[in-house]
Design a protein around this ligand. Structure first.
Ligand SMILES: O=C(CO)COP(=O)(O)O
Length: 268
């Protein structure tokens, strides 16, 4: 798939429901230009960008010369390949527009669009069936965290979505742990201390089987380096702080320096 073989750190962004076509084109063109001029930014990083469906094909066009450096993703796709599903798009349609990754089960989709564990399982299978990487998002609400049940909650979400997959399929899955209370303008970033136990639990259960486990929720240029140091964190999934290209490039730089240091440790 053209992924950096040695990538030790994933840094990606979902634009959620933001950006006109012109804004998406400008961002993607600027990203492509920067990555061509400074390929070292992704030497130790796998970058990914998840635009709204309306901009997928155009962003794909803009990123065509840096496809080995940036994975393009879609924010959602239906589990059926085609049919009478008004308002939905299928995995083959997302792939046709350039997507190589499908985001599944973001808490905003679970909360506002009724996406259940069963639905996430169907969508994971649809993505894999068509050779795309599923990016499964899991995370607990504040009430579950306060009841000290976060780990059970997120492991049940992952288990339900990935049940029955073989090891080759699991090896293509990305998991993003995004506590709901940490996401968006009303969220606050989780601290390294709060994240230690959930990431340890995810690592124990799935770390060796899935491609990567990422953290998301109010990631910014000030906390990214510290978050990347948490054991079990293989990368960051970013909303608002990467909606401007400069913000995303800054995060890529932080990821690159983390990735290089990490690789140095592995090599040494
Ligand atoms: O939901 C997120 C990524 O999927 C995170 O959003 P924010 O970085 O804006 O909190």
């Amino acid at each position: 798939m053209g992924l950096a073989a040695t990538s030790s750190c994933w840094i990606g962004t979902s634009w959620k429901m933001t950006k006109t076509l012109a804004e998406a084109r400008r961002y993607a063109a600027g990203l492509a230009e920067t990555l061509q001029a400074r390929p070292e930014l992704t030497d130790a990083v796998q970058a990914f960008v998840i635009p709204p469906h309306t901009a997928l094909a155009e962003v794909d066009r803009q990123l065509q010369h840096v496809q080995a450096q940036v994975l393009l993703g879609a924010q959602n796709a239906h589990w059926e390949d085609a049919g009478a599903w008004t308002g939905e798009i299928s995995v083959p349609q997302a792939a046709d527009a350039g997507a190589r990754l499908i985001e599944i089960g973001h808490s905003e989709r679970r909360e506002h669009f009724g996406e259940t564990v069963e639905i996430t399982a169907l969508k994971v299978r649809a993505a894999l069936r068509h050779g795309l990487r599923p990016l499964l998002c899991v995370g607990e609400p504040a009430s579950v965290r306060d009841a000290d049940e976060a780990e059970e909650f997120i492991l049940a979400q992952v288990r339900g979505a990935l049940a029955g997959l073989d090891s080759a399929q699991l090896a293509r899955v990305l998991v993003a742990y995004e506590p709901i209370w940490a996401i968006g303008e009303h969220g606050r970033p989780a601290t390294a201390q709060e994240l230690a136990a959930p990431f340890a639990a995810l690592d124990r259960a799935y770390g060796a089987q899935v491609e990567a486990v990422l953290y998301g929720g109010s990631v910014n240029q000030d906390n990214a380096a510290e978050l990347l140091e948490i054991p079990g964190v293989d990368g960051l999934f970013v909303g608002r702080s990467a909606w401007g290209l400069d913000g995303y490039l800054e995060l890529l730089k932080i990821g690159a320096s983390h990735g290089r240091a990490h690789r140095g440790r592995l090599d040494g």
